[in-house]
Design a protein around this ligand. Structure first.
Ligand SMILES: NC(=O)c1ccc[n+]([C@@H]2O[C@H](COP(=O)([O-])OP(=O)(O)OC[C@H]3O[C@@H](n4cnc5c(N)ncnc54)[C@H](OP(=O)(O)O)[C@@H]3O)[C@@H](O)[C@H]2O)c1
Length: 415
């Protein structure tokens, strides 16, 4: 028997179709995988997440409707002649859909950003570098917030060369160290002395899988992926609010998380105290997962607070960029140096930073974020809304609230 259920997630219509899994379904399964759909086996059923279809244009929606109809009308006897014909027709319609092509957001879809001002943390390499370059290419004045001046200035020069002198890109540098709450607060204050507006804040800097070590504020280094960005963002709130009040503005706060936030499920998150945040027992990956969870919790909390304050044109989003070939594996190699020979394999299994940065560029610039009201959403590549796992939904707001209060307290003590 085929069963169907519907639910609403993040304001999007989500249709889940569950069909029995047998030999006859194999072709469907491969066609669906080919489509790049979010399919997964669930208690012996093939669960197809139709949300991705829902994001395509009307023509494709018609094809999907036919496909669904055929799916529903499939006769109970899966081995009958009629069933075989119908299965072929509906696999064929999937193939047509694939040929028509899913609409994928492209870097050329970035609108004109003249007059807008942006901050990108960790912009000197990897995903941040591409983000700075593309924002500047489209006319934004961009501040690269980085911890090492020489690396930042070299990156700015490289971007200017890549973009060419005709574009006259405006890229500035401010020193910013995620590990120090004082440094993050100071960077925000310096920015506010230099600028009157902040349209786009991309909290991108981060480390992954580093060995256990406390930073200068006594905060575990990976946890600083969350605390450092809290200090920066919260200090910038006045200018973000001022910008939101300007005519025609729509402010974006984009927090780069990771699908690895799910690793936090292996831990017992405790954000009620510094000791809880610093727990050593979670292991390298557990601590990375927790830090990336805090990037999502910050997104949720910021959005909640803006909404409560009656501000509706600040859009806070969390973005997982995918598996991207960047320098992020530095931490991994510090923890497990013997993995160094596998770097080439890693490169083969990851995408390039140009493609990896697309989802954060979409979140930072696309008018669709406003049109679809993508507030407090989690995006997966490329520019797809992804349902949050319950640990990140944080329905009762406990984890997010605890994290917020702890960071406020740490800032009172250290910044
Ligand atoms: N690459 C992936 O597959 C992937 C997957 C999921 C999520 N992400 C997330 O994407 C973000 C960007 O990572 P990436 O892949 O582009 O890595 P990357 O190439 O290593 O770049 C990380 C950036 O963060 C900066 N940074 C690190 N620690 C800092 C600190 N204490 N203070 C200030 N800046 C600091 C680095 O500066 P330095 O150059 O000075 O070290 C660098 O600019 C991270 O938040 C990461 O968690 C990446």
């Amino acid at each position: 028997m085929t069963s169907r259920s519907t639910t609403i997630i993040n304001g999007q219509y989500l249709l889940l179709m569950e069909g029995e899994v047998g030999g006859g379904c194999e072709r469907e399964k491969s066609a669906i995988s080919y489509l790049g759909l979010h399919d997964r086996w669930k208690s012996g059923s093939l669960v197809v997440d139709i949300r991705r279809y829902a994001q395509v244009g009307m023509g494709k929606v018609v094809i999907i409707s036919i496909w669904l109809l055929l799916r529903i009308l499939r006769p109970p006897d899966a081995h009958s002649q009629r069933a075989m014909v119908m299965r072929n027709v509906h696999v064929f319609s999937i193939n047509i859909l694939t040929m028509v092509g899913k609409k994928e957001w492209k870097v050329t879809d970035i609108p004109d950003l003249s007059g807008r001002v942006a901050i990108v943390t960790g912009g000197n390499t990897g995903l941040g570098y591409i983000t700075v370059r593309e924002l500047a290419r489209n006319g934004a004045r961009v501040y690269m917030l980085s911890r090492t001046e020489s690396r930042a200035l070299a990156a700015i020069e490289k971007i200017k060369t890549e973009l060419g002198s005709e574009l006259k890109p405006e890229i500035e540098y401010i020193n910013f160290n995620l590990l120090s709450l004082k440094s993050a607060k100071k960077a925000a204050e310096e920015y506010m002395q230099r600028e009157q507006r902040l349209d786009i804040l991309v909290n991108n800097a981060g480390i992954m899988a580093t060995p256990y070590e406390l930073g200068p504020d006594g905060i575990e280094m990976q946890a600083c992926n969350g605390t450092g960005h809290f200090a920066l963002t919260v200090t910038l709130i006045p200018i973000l609010k001022d910008t939101a009040a300007m005519p025609g503005s729509h402010v974006r706060i984009v927090n780069i998380t990771s699908g690895g936030y799910m690793l936090a499920n292996m831990t017992k998150p405790d954000f009620t105290s510094l000791e809880g945040l610093n727990q050593k027992t979670f292991g390298t990956w557990g601590r990375y997962g927790l830090s990336k969870l805090t990037n999502i919790l910050l997104t949720n909390e910021l959005q909640k607070r803006f909404t409560a304050a009656g501000i509706n044109n600040i859009y806070c989003l969390a973005v997982h960029p995918g598996a991207v070939n960047t320098e992020l594996s530095r931490g991994l190699l510090e923890s497990w140096p013997f993995l160094a020979p596998l770097r080439r394999v890693g490169r083969m299994m990851t995408t390039n930073p140009d493609r990896g940065a697309l989802t954060q560029l979409y979140a930072a610039t696309s008018p669709e974020v406003v049109e679809k009201d993508l507030k407090a959403t989690l995006l997966f590549p490329i520019a797809q809304v992804e349902a949050k796992a319950s640990i990140a939904k944080d329905k009762d707001g406990k984890l997010g609230g605890d994290f917020w209060r702890l960071c406020e307290e740490l800032m009172r003590q250290k910044a």
